[in-house]
Design a protein around this ligand. Structure first.
Ligand code: SAM
Length: 489
């Protein structure tokens, strides 16, 4: 049975490669699709699209020689607003197969394992092994993937490629701190792999590998790899990775692993891409990369965002303080219910709060007379009780924690929402500045929205029913008007 590939390209980010080795990537113009020489080169080939650059022509020729592109292939490469893309050569039905790529061309941990560096990469995190493989194949003149390597971009608009000056536009934002965290993470991983694998095996890596090279590879994985179970089983599939994202696609079921003919006499696993939309000839094949990613995550991974407000989010982090005398009891309840000492909740634009957030906050705020809920006799039912207000004091505390978090976060930004909106109204913004201004404005709006929800909530806390009243009512000890009886009514 065909297994579905989640479209979620592995999450990561990258920075501009500055390696000094002789390689087409080191030429900043190597992916300049407006180069005048193309025309001359392209005219000498019988390409369906005379505007595509030589490197892409060569890539397509390679795919034809490999038997991946045939006269029946319903797509061609095209220059589209998103960079390179796949364009329909004829009308395409919804769910029609647009391409199939056999496993022998996939770049994944298996490809690494069976390569020359397989022995020294075993035991590495899968993405690190694949990153080293990409870096090596990018340099090798005789790489099987040579023509594929030549069409890979050197940068995207992912925040990891942004200059210090560009990043300054994100000051105070959550995206900035995530971008810095990821960059630090990759830097640390690079130092480790350099010491443990690259330096001791100079014969396998006989060229200079810089942090920029490693970031580049990380970025390619982040923006181009498909993954079966989100972030695992990552695989780069040349050709399939030319497909761009569109918000008009609302399903993620476009990529499958099937078995089929993979050449004249061979049978192999195939990565099969189906068009989620019905298309007319000349239209671009697009997919949905990830329905769940927030705009900040899209910016970090791929370097674009959507204008839909539903993509705007802020991740609020709460914790059970270690200094809390009931720290261990609270932590036990949290872990029994899928949380930890700290918990992050992605709050998207809109009225609903993430599941478990209010329970977690009520748990962290439990104190005084309410701590009986942490006794062992409540172990199995406490999470259910926390779904409802516990006591006035607990609920007041919850509202305060959230409002304080929002206030602190809002104080970190350099601009107001009005200022951001004026900048956006001015128009003509560079892509990265446009992303930065939209992200920081959206984060502030969500923080204001959350603070407003909890401010509002704090104003009608006296109207809520709390644990003790609920208990009496369930025992039938409360009358219609709220009068309390000694015996059930
Ligand atoms: C899997 S690659 C797709 C092929 C890519 N366009 C290229 O030129 O190689 C993903 C990258 O394409 C670009 N991209 C894809 N969908 C996009 C969109 N809807 N808007 C802007 N850029 C997009 C981004 O640069 C992203 O990092």
């Amino acid at each position: 049975m065909a297994s579905l590939f989640a479209p979620s390209p592995f999450s990561a980010f990258l920075t501009l490669s500055k390696s000094t080795h002789q390689n087409p990537f080191n030429n900043p113009k190597s992916r300049n699709y407006r180069h005048p020489k193309w025309k001359r080169y392209v005219n000498s080939l019988s390409s369906p699209d005379p505007d595509i650059p030589p490197a892409v022509q060569t890539f397509w020729k390679w795919l034809s020689e490999e038997g991946i592109i045939t006269s029946k292939t319903p797509v061609r490469p095209g220059i589209v607003p998103e960079g390179l893309g796949l364009v329909a050569l004829r009308d395409i039905q919804r769910q029609e197969v647009v391409l199939e790529v056999p496993k022998r061309l996939w770049i994944n941990p298996d490809a690494v394992a069976s390569s020359e560096i397989g022995g020294v990469c075993c035991g590495l995190k899968p993405w690190i092994a694949v990153a080293l493989f990409l870096i090596r194949e990018r340099v090798r003149e005789d790489s099987k993937w040579r023509s594929y390597m030549n069409i890979l971009p050197k940068v995207t608009h992912s925040t990891i490629f942004w200059s210090e000056e560009e990043l300054e536009q994100l000051q105070g934002s959550q995206l900035l701190s995530t971008a810095i965290d990821v960059k630090n993470y990759v830097t640390n991983e690079f130092q480790k792999v350099k010491e443990e694998v690259i330096n001791p095996h100079k014969k396998l890596f006989p060229f200079l590998i810089t942090l920029d090279d490693f970031m580049w590879a990380f970025g390619m994985l982040r923006s181009r790899a498909f993954s079966r179970d989100r972030d695992t089983n990552l695989v780069i599939v040349p050709l399939a990775d030319l497909v761009n994202h569109s918000s008009s696609v609302t399903t993620e079921d476009h990529a499958y692993e099937t078995k089929g003919p993979a050449g004249l006499f061979s049978w192999d696993s195939l990565f099969t891409l189906r068009s989620p939309l019905q298309l007319k000839a000349g239209e671009q094949v697009v997919i949905q990369y990830d329905l769940k990613k927030s705009n900040a995550k899209l910016a970090l991974d791929y370097g674009f965002i959507e204008s839909r407000r539903e993509r705007d989010a802020y991740s609020l982090k709460f914790e059970i303080p270690k200094a809390d005398p009931l720290y261990q009891e609270k932590l036990d309840v949290a872990t029994a219910n899928g949380f930890d000492e700290t918990a992050c909740f992605d709050i998207f634009y809109g009225p609903s709060l993430p599941s478990g957030m209010v329970q977690y906050l009520r748990l962290t705020a439990l104190a005084g007379e309410d701590v009986f809920l942490l006794e062992s006799m409540f172990r199995d039912t406490v999470w259910g009780h926390l779904e409802h207000p516990v006591s006035l004091i607990n609920e007041e505390h919850v509202c305060q924690i959230v409002q304080d978090s929002c206030k602190t976060a809002l104080s970190g930004y350099l601009t107001s929402i009005d200022e951001d909106e004026r900048i956006l109204e001015g128009g003509n913004l560079d892509t990265r500045l446009d992303i930065a201004v939209r992200i920081r404005a959206a984060e502030k709006k969500i923080l204001q929205q959350i603070a407003e929800v909890f401010r509002d909530r704090a104003s009608w806390l006296t109207n809520l029913e709390y644990y003790q009243e609920r208990r009496l009512r369930n025992l039938g000890l409360v009358g219609e008007e709220g009068e309390v009886y000694c015996q059930p009514k």
